[in-house]
Design a protein around this ligand. Structure first.
Ligand SMILES: Cc1cc2nc3c(=O)[nH]c(=O)nc-3n(C[C@H](O)[C@H](O)[C@H](O)COP(=O)(O)O)c2cc1C
Length: 164
């Protein structure tokens, strides 16, 4: 084995699944962030965790709203995922700019995203400070899948996304 920097070794982690996380502001305006850092963390009760940079607008929204939706984008959504991962909701309305369609959720205020492979409604039950990010742990209170089975979108590295 050759000793390298952490960043160099992390380049070997791809392909990495990508998720979209949806949050809302106090007026109910929804925002979407693209995330590589997410995981399922518990069967009973079902829980999922996402790691969000402290500078992200989504960090402020999730901290305040205490709810989020995790959506697994399908392989056709590469362009929209890149847009949501390179623009901030402080400046743009990502639903309007990408054409992604919001669908009302059953138990939380942030909406689901139509056309995704799966959507999970989460209520924040824990927060862990991890350096420049915060891990938000959410209890999954409702889950949805698309009518047709589609392939999920993965990050292959260097902003290249593809279905796997
Ligand atoms: C493929 C991909 C994966 C990303 N993964 C993360 C992540 O895990 N955590 C994070 O905080 N930002 C991640 N980002 C960056 C955010 O999506 C980006 O900063 C976004 O513009 C923040 O939007 P917001 O300010 O509206 O919240 C990722 C971006 C891309 C394109």
């Amino acid at each position: 084995m050759k000793k390298v920097s952490v960043e160099e070794a992390w380049k070997r982690k791809y392909p990495e699944p990508v998720v979209l996380a949806v949050s809302v502001d106090a007026e109910g305006r929804a925002n979407i962030i693209s995330l590589g850092w997410s995981m399922c963390t518990s069967f009973e009760p079902p829980m999922m965790a996402i790691s969000v940079g402290k500078t992200r607008y989504s960090h402020k929204l999730i901290s305040e709203c205490r709810e989020f939706v995790v959506a697994f984008p399908s392989e056709e959504m590469a362009k929209e995922v890149l847009y949501c991962g390179t623009h901030s909701g402080r400046e743009v309305d990502k639903f309007r700019e990408t054409g992604l369609v919001a669908v009302p959720a059953k138990k939380v205020r942030p909406p689901l995203i139509e056309g995704c492979v799966a959507n999970f409604e989460c209520k924040v039950v824990g927060e862990i400070e991890t350096g420049d990010h915060t891990i938000f742990v959410g209890e999954v209170v409702a889950a949805h899948v698309g009518e047709q089975k589609k392939r999920r979108l993965y990050n292959l590295g260097n902003y290249r996304l593809a279905g796997v």
